[in-house]
Design a protein around this ligand. Structure first.
Ligand code: IPM
Ligand code: MG
Length: 356
């Protein structure tokens, strides 16, 4: 199989972790006889420094023309003073999501067996392990509603629009995902207050009754969901939610697994095209030190193989290699125990490449 991948490493630890994921992809290509053509482009603050725009035209074009996009992270204190619309988060990340039509964000959060003790939750709560999937709507809601400040500067407004079409298509992604897992969707909202949430409930229920009646469906207010995630996380299988609630709950879900450095994500369009990135940020405090955990990005590359390229065996092989290095005791500093020496970013990448 021949595929073109736009590689946009971005800022902070982005280039370090993406470098390791690229090595893994190259090993997969070699081992399984594929050709991955990598098109490396600037994005985020790095692009701003080079050409004055966090999302240069040729980067957007390269992403549009690729079969999939591998992204590291964008942003950092250096660019925090840029006006809102020019900031890396808005100009690069949110524009990419919108322009590429990536409405479905899959964020699996699972506790890897060898890392059980890294979870801050009590062992009796972690139990046999935690494995849930946040399905976050990614191109609507308050992130993309009108943002404005009154002329006198005394008030501000962020609108949170949602259409039936937007809710319906993400609901289908959640139900389809649940069918491949434990057949249980929890729709998380704030229907006791928000009109958009009441529309979500109606649409999600209708889609369920019409096409997914065999999947269990329940509804939960977001404040309660935040509580249940640490109180009884194993009650969840698939969490379906709108953009901002999904942002917040996915960070919380990542922490119960032990390290945000382990969590991959896929941002998908209906035709399967996707952008893949770790859910963590650019971590400017450790950028350049060579100590960042590359596993979330490597696992994101595995999601690319699975979801966009349909390469199940290859994706399984990468995930198995990650499981193998963890079982062997390889740890970067974020998941290391006090007594063990931690591997560098590059050495962790090497361990995965070798396990493959
Ligand atoms: C994420 C991030 C982004 C988001 C930020 C960087 C804009 O937190 O992908 O979760 O809020 O979506
Ligand atoms: Mg976030």
């Amino acid at each position: 199989m021949k595929k073109k991948i736009a590689v946009i490493a971005g800022d902070g630890i982005g280039p370090e972790i993406v470098g390791e994921a690229v090595r893994v992809l190259k090993k997969v290509a070699k081992k399984f006889g594929h050709t991955f053509v990598l098109d490396e482009k600037l994005v985020g603050g790095a692009a701003y420094d080079a050409v004055g725009d966090c999302l240069p035209d040729d980067t957007l074009k390269a992403c549009q023309q690729a079969d999939a996009v591998l992204l590291g992270a964008v942003g950092g204190p250096k660019w925090d003073k840029l006006p809102g619309p020019q900031r890396p988060e808005k100009r690069a990340l949110l524009t990419l999501r919108k322009e590429l039509g990536l409405f479905a964000n899959l964020r699996p959060a699972k506790v890897w067996d060898p890392l059980k003790s890294a979870s801050p939750l009590k062992p009796e709560i972690v139990g046999e392990g935690l494995d849930l999937l946040v399905v976050r709507e990614l191109t609507g809601g308050v992130y993309f509603g009108e943002h404005s400040r009154a002329a006198d500067g005394q008030s501000a407004l962020d609108k949170m629009p949602y259409s039936v079409m937007e809710i319906e298509r993400i609901a289908r992604v959640a139900f389809e995902s649940a069918r491949k897992r434990h057949s249980h969707v929890t729709c998380v909202d704030k229907a006791n207050v928000l009109e958009t949430s009441r529309l979500w409930r109606e649409v999600v229920q209708r889609v369920h009754d019409a096409d997914y009646a065999t999947v269990d469906l329940d509804f939960m207010y977001v404040d309660n969901a935040a509580m249940q995630l640490v109180r009884a996380p194993s009650r969840f299988d698939v969490i379906l939610t709108e953009n901002m609630f999904g942002d917040i709950l996915s960070d919380e879900a990542s922490q119960i697994t032990g390290s945000i450095g382990m969590l991959p994500s896929a941002s998908l369009r209906a035709d399967g095209f996707g952008m893949y990135e770790p859910i963590h940020g650019s971590a400017p405090d450790i950028a350049g030190l060579g100590i960042a955990n590359p596993l979330a990005t490597i696992l994101s590359a595995a999601m690319m193989l699975r979801h966009t390229f349909g390469l199940t065996q290859e994706a399984d092989a990468v995930e198995a290699a990650v499981g193998q290095v963890l079982a062997a005791g390889d740890r970067t500093v974020d998941i290391a125990t006090a007594d063990a020496a931690a591997l560098s970013t590059h050495d962790m990448g090497t361990a995965v490449v070798e396990a493959l």
